[in-house]
Write a protein that binds this ligand. Structure first.
Ligand SMILES: Nc1ncnc2c1ncn2[C@@H]1O[C@H](COP(=O)(O)OP(=O)(O)OP(=O)(O)O)[C@@H](O)[C@H]1O
Length: 121
């Protein structure tokens, strides 16, 4: 098999991102939340360390959501019929997204709680 160039590798990865973004509603919802966090970070002039936490939180949610999509695709391909292992694989991947999202919310509370209270009162 011909060795793929870096350009091919990059193109395939971007295709995967675009396809997932167009077909996965949850990914678009997470992207909207990420955008909101970035706007809030700019508005409140959060510190460099806080930006680091926000970036890690956003990356955690987006990456797990993409991996969840990949798991769903492979399971649908390998096991279109009901199978307990297929259920376990999909539920575990969904659990990873849930966990990342819960920790992202906790990070957002730590970062934005104080500036929000100061701004509001
Ligand atoms: N082949 C299967 N065998 C057993 N259970 C399955 C199978 N496919 C899906 N399920 C169960 O149904 C749930 C939903 O699966 P589905 O593929 O619809 O995922 P989803 O989260 O709705 O994804 P999306 O809407 O992004 O396609 C899974 O979490 C799993 O519990």
């Amino acid at each position: 098999m011909k060795k793929r160039s870096w350009g091919d590798v990059f193109r395939n990865a971007v295709e995967g991102l675009i396809e997932s973004f167009l077909t996965q509603r949850n990914l678009r919802v997470h992207a909207a939340c990420a955008l909101l966090a970035v706007v809030a970070g700019l508005f409140f002039h959060i510190s460099q360390v806080d930006w680091m936490f926000i970036c890690v939180a956003i990356a955690g949610v987006m990456v797990t959501e993409l991996l969840n999509t990949a798991v769903e695709r492979v399971v649908d391909l390998a096991s279109p019929e009901f199978h307990l292992l297929a259920k376990s694989a999909k539920d575990t991947a969904a659990g990873a997204v849930l966990l990342a999202a819960v920790f992202a919310v906790i990070i957002a509370i730590f970062v934005f709680w104080e500036p929000l209270i100061t701004w509001a009162f």
